[in-house]
Write a protein that binds this ligand. Structure first.
Ligand SMILES: *Cc1c(COP(=O)(O)O)cnc(C)c1O
Length: 401
């Protein structure tokens, strides 16, 4: 094949769960707002009002993707800020008798670390365990609720193992609990950063009060995201100053980023059904090939189906350590991950995989492939060939030791 002698190194990106490229359509929508339409949305002249209108349009687009109204959308610097705003914003506004937070063992660190900080500030935090597939049982949530619970935060879809949580069911249970206790507490937050391209996210059907999204995971720009805040949910802003975002997030708006988020969300929702089908078929085929060619491989997380994001394959490779695989595959232009991108910086075993009951030894053999828009069967065949080569080297010990 001519690719072997290709001067341009081949690039196969299989880490869409870490971040996505910006789609051309999205980059095109953003472009005018860097140079020509650079106005500050808070100003009164046409340049400013044009920027204000662009931000408003994006707000409408994001609201419509979540089946809600624009006044419930606050733009942030990404999923991390949205999650921090949900936990700290609500936490710092909560009367002292509500100092109990319920979350799960497999949240993104932008939920877990604020939870730990609240703990340091005197909160009680309950971490719900997950089953061996990484799924939360709604009954476990009910079991830990108390009249003092202020907030429940359960992610919609997990970034490492693609587990899709029963958010609507948990939401229904929480509504019942509130009704029984005639209380507006606990509020319900979900981190939906991984979900927008693959799952329907109608906030009323999910019964959530707060929902986080990130443009960086849906073919939009990095550094842009949003938090849905149901009307009437009390939040103290993290950033105070100029009163932007109806006083909920001060600072001159990231107009190009917000425009990019709006464009990306609209495209993502429009194409969702097709993308889900395509990803499911492609990932299913890849997994079957892996199983055939590498006896002993294990898929971590829920089996393929409605409880799993269609593009995510987190796999244990018995013969080679995950980190070694990632580095060897990278030599062939293939990008994949051992764990959440942020967790690999921290160099500790993935908490998510630990929560599944895996040993550190097993965790060391896990590799995550996350497919996306540009992934083809040829790409995956190339990965399979590369994996074969690496496995051969390691099985026969020439590169081991
Ligand atoms: C990426 C991600 C985040 C953080 O989003 P940023 O935009 O990178 O701050 C939060 N939660 C989940 C599940 C994610 O995948």
């Amino acid at each position: 094949m001519s690719l072997r002698k290709n001067k341009v190194p081949r690039r196969v990106y299989l880490d869409y769960a870490a971040t996505t490229p910006v789609r051309r359509e999205v980059a095109r929508a953003m472009a005018p707002f860097f140079v020509n339409e650079f106005g500050n949305p808070a100003t009164l002249y046409r340049l400013g009002t044009a920027a204000y209108q662009a931000v408003s349009q994006s707000r409408t687009a994001v609201a419509s993707a979540l089946s809600t109204t624009p006044d419930t959308i606050v733009f942030t610097s990404g999923g991390t800020e949205a999650n921090n705003l949900a936990l700290f914003g609500l936490g710092r506004q909560t009367p002292p008798r509500f100092r109990h937070l319920v979350t799960t063992a497999i949240e993104h660190r932008s939920v877990l670390e604020p939870a730990r900080q609240l703990q340091k500030e005197g909160w009680r935090v309950s971490y719900i365990p997950v089953n061996a597939d990484g799924l939360v049982d709604p009954r476990q949530v009910l079991r830990v609720l108390r009249p003092t619970t202020a907030l429940v935060s359960v992610m919609q879809a997990n970034n490492e193992i693609g587990a899709v949580q029963p958010i609507a069911e948990i939401g229904r249970q929480l509504l019942k609990f509130r009704r029984t206790n005639s209380s507006s507490y606990p509020y319900f937050h979900t981190d939906a950063c991984q979900a927008v391209s693959y799952l329907e996210l109608a906030v009323d059907k999910l019964h959530v009060d707060l929902l986080s999204i990130s443009a960086s995971k849906l073919y939009g720009p990095k550094g842009a995201g949003a938090l849905y805040i149901r009307r009437g949910v009390p939040l103290l802003p993290l950033l105070m100053g100029g009163g932007q975002e109806a006083g909920r997030r001060a600072g001159t708006e990231n107009v190009p980023g917000i425009v990019g988020l709006g464009a990306a969300v609209t495209l993502g929702v429009t194409e969702r059904d097709d993308v889900v089908q395509r990803m499911r078929a492609l990932a299913g085929w890849f997994w079957n090939q892996l199983r055939k060619q590498f006896p002993g491989v294990r898929l971590l997380g829920p089996p393929p189906g409605s409880n799993r994001l269609p593009h995510n394959l987190n796999i244990i490779f018995p013969d080679v350590e995950g980190e070694t695989l990632v580095l060897y595959l990278d030599r062939g232009g293939i990008s994949c991950s051992t764990a959440a991108a942020c967790a690999s910086l921290a160099q500790e075993p993935s908490q998510v995989l630990s929560a599944l009951g895996l040993s550190n030894q097993e965790i060391a053999h896990a590799v995550r492939f996350s497919l996306g828009q540009s992934t083809t069967r040829q790409d995956l065949n190339y990965v399979l060939r590369s994996l074969n080569t690496i496995q051969r080297i390691f099985k026969h010990g020439s590169a081991a030791s």
